[in-house]
Design a binder for this molecule. Structure first.
Ligand code: M6R
Length: 584
């Protein structure tokens, strides 16, 4: 939610910040802004996407600049609400990601001396800094931070000094170290072109970038010695590499990412499997697509390991916290590792001394650093808002864990390898063309229903989510037997219904469910290894028996992509959404 970037160095800061903002747009894209330091602070703010900005001549050269791409929380999408926000005298500029929960109270106090120009919670920050500037910029920022409640990543500059100050509490910030230059951003891809040497800022830390970089503990004011690390992601991974959209690139990357997800250290997997086996209650917690991976995995654990897993949406976890003890195992699953609800759940688990084992994609993310142990998906950067490759990697890794828990790690690995090798078949041009044809057929429908049973029930939920977010068609996923408990009333002549029919014990019942829908006029789209008379449209997938969820997901992702394309949607930047949800 919201992307931040700042630069100080010998190069032209404004172009580096603009370039970085483009790479951060997946975090928010309703408006953007930049502040650069010359004789005074030059500020440009615009509604819309940064790619649409034509008037580059307005960007004056500078050696210090900060920028922001917004996902609105407080205040409509207007130029006035876009960041940076400034002190009333416009000498201080601030960009912010997060929510200042006590902003109304702070604003009331400040209103005697300040006329506010926006509806945002953020504007109180530069105003508080302004109130305290007599103490010096650095001190003024520190005093102001102590007054803020809520979550934030902030970056501030001041007209009178060559300094960038950054601080975080709950929202991500990472520093990039170059030769005589520094970057600060919400995420590494924003500056990966320039450096892969990074320092992750922790909650309660303040970074002061001047001629050199200093990091302080906000409470004690003590300087901290933090080591930098090298990120293994390459720039190529963070670019479209010839694909028209990140989403399509990431769908195709699944030919490799599954293999990477399962190439984990055997001993680590076995050790965690033993923890799960001895744990007194295991919770999978996640949001959105990652939640669907968790739900699928709970079926796999039940089938393979005969073990019950509690699967809880991270945002609902506060209602379950009282079940946590020192013996509970909490397994948060998150692509970004920055989802606020997931991090809150982890905090609660740690307070109860439960063990936290994370499954995460982004290296160095908050979740990775806050967990006792973490497994990385190694899927590389996922930029499209719609999560694709991270989902199948989560499925693969969780399946591997389930097999390990029942002492069959090698068998699990072999099965997953075979499944991974079948992914290319679905991504053959002929298969994709079939899906394009389907997208053209159903692109003007108002509703699409998706059904699946057992391990494929969460895949129905995931397919519906992908279709909704990428094409804006209303889609709903159901367990095979559930549609007739109410929603069948919505089936009309030609209503598309996607039916996942796997070669498993649910096959006959799924076909019966498809027939029930067909009898009421539904247009049945069968996703299955074998055609059936129940299907009006057939999407052939390789038979992958118990691992069908991984395979079945991919045509659904492609269908969502092509529906979005047919309907002229902004594929990688879905309406109203952002890639990582860092607010509760
Ligand atoms: O980064 P996370 O995996 O924690 O994100 C969770 C959800 O916000 C995410 O999966 C979201 O549902 C995606 N847009 C779905 O495609």
């Amino acid at each position: 939610m919201c992307g931040i970037i700042g630069y100080k160095g010998n190069k032209n800061a404004t172009s580096i910040v603009i370039e970085g903002l483009k790479l951060l747009e997946y975090r928010g894209y309703d408006s953007w802004g930049i502040a650069s330091k010359n004789h005074e602070l030059d500020i440009i703010k615009r509604v819309g996407k940064i790619g649409d900005f034509q008037d580059k001549s307005k960007l004056k050269k500078s050696n210090i600049a900060i920028g922001h791409t917004r996902w609105a929380t407080h205040g409509k999408v207007t130029e006035a609400n876009a960041h940076p926000h400034t002190s009333y005298d416009r000498r201080v500029a601030v960009v912010h990601n997060g929510i200042i929960e006590n902003f109304q109270e702070l604003k009331k106090g400040l209103e005697k001396n300040h006329r506010f120009l926006s509806e945002t919670d953020t504007e109180v920050i530069p105003r508080l800094i302004e109130e305290n500037m007599k103490e010096g910029f650095e001190e003024a920022v520190k005093i102001s931070l102590n007054r803020l409640e809520g979550r934030y990543a902030i970056v501030a500059i001041n007209q009178d000094e060559d300094k960038i100050i950054a601080a975080r509490k709950g929202s991500p910030l990472v520093l990039g170290i170059g030769k005589d230059e520094f970057f600060i951003a919400s995420d590494v891809p924003a500056f990966l072109k320039h450096t892969n040497e990074v320092i992750f800022l922790e909650d309660g830390e303040i970074a002061v970038i001047n001629k050199e970089l200093k990091i302080f503990n906000q409470k004690t004011n003590k300087e901290l010695k933090k080591e930098s690390t090298k990120i293994s992601w390459t720039l190529e991974q963070a670019q479209k590499s010839g694909y028209p959209h990140y989403m399509l690139k990431e769908i195709y990357e699944q030919r490799d990412t599954l293999k990477k997800a399962i190439s984990q250290n055997d001993e680590d997997i076995k050790r965690i499997a033993a923890e799960i086996n001895k744990g007194f209650g295991t919770f999978f917690i996640a949001c959105g697509t990652a939640y669907h991976a968790a739900l699928t995995a709970s079926y796999v654990f039940s089938k393979i390991t005969k073990k019950h897993i509690n699967v809880v949406l991270a945002s609902e976890f506060p209602s379950y916290e009282h079940f946590l003890t020192e013996k509970t195992l909490v397994i948060p699953i998150s692509q970004s590792g920055e989802t606020a609800d997931v991090l809150e759940a982890v905090k609660a688990a740690k307070e109860k001394k439960s063990k936290v084992i994370a499954i995460v994609n982004v290296t160095g993310s908050t979740l990775m650093r806050q967990s006792d142990v973490s497994f990385q998906l190694h899927a590389g950067p996922e930029i499209a808002v719609a999560s694709t490759k991270a989902f199948t990697s989560q499925l693969a890794l969780l399946t591997l864990l389930a097999y390990a828990c029942s002492g069959k790690l090698e068998e699990g690995k072999e099965k997953l390898k075979t499944t991974a090798s079948k992914v290319s078949e679905i991504l053959e041009p002929a298969s994709e063309n079939k899906i394009k044809e389907l997208a053209r057929k159903i692109k003007n429908k108002n509703h699409i229903f998706v059904i699946g049973r057992s391990v494929n029930y969460p895949i129905a939920l995931e397919a519906a989510l992908k279709i909704k977010e990428v094409s804006y068609i209303h889609a709903e996923g159901f367990a095979g037997g559930e549609l007739k408990h109410g929603t069948l009333a919505l089936i009309e002549e030609g209503t598309p219904c996607i039916v996942f029919v796997a070669e498993d014990e649910t096959k006959k019942e799924m076909i019966s469910n498809a027939m029930e829908i067909k009898a009421r006029g539904g247009y049945i789209i069968g996703v299955s290894p074998e055609n059936n008379e129940a299907f009006d449209f057939f999407i052939k997938v390789p038979n992958s028996s118990s691992l069908s969820p991984i395979i079945n997901t991919i045509p659904a992702q492609l269908l969502a992509y092509h529906l979005g394309l047919e309907r002229g949607c902004d594929i990688d930047r879905c309406r109203n959404l952002a890639k990582s949800v860092t607010v509760k």
